[in-house]
Design a protein around this ligand. Structure first.
Ligand SMILES: [Zn+2]
Length: 92
């Protein structure tokens, strides 16, 4: 019995035993690699072809494998801080 949950880094789906998941990762040679899901491979967990394609597309376009949710959270904090400053400046 597994004591932890594996969550898709793209869509947030929870891995079940029968799912065909993938690991997406960047090698030491800076190549993008995709392998069948393995707990010993360090990389992004993706739940299937659609989410693997999203990760590949993002890496090709931006050079990042980070999920939009993770990067979005950091970005949202920056935007919120910026908006707060604008409101503070415009408040008087
Ligand atoms: Zn997914």
């Amino acid at each position: 019995m597994k004591m932890f949950q594996v969550i898709c880094d793209e869509c947030g789906a929870t891995k079940k035993e029968t799912n065909h998941w993938w690991k997406v990762y960047v090698t030491r040679d800076a190549c993008l690699a995709i392998s069948p899901y393995s707990e010993v491979v360090v990389g992004k967990d993706v739940c299937g072809q659609a989410c693997a394609s999203k990760a590949v597309s993002r890496w090709l376009a931006t050079g990042f494998l980070d999920s939009p949710a993770l990067r979005g959270a950091a970005y949202a904090d920056e935007i919120e801080a910026e908006n707060w400053e604008k409101r503070a400046i415009g408040a008087d």
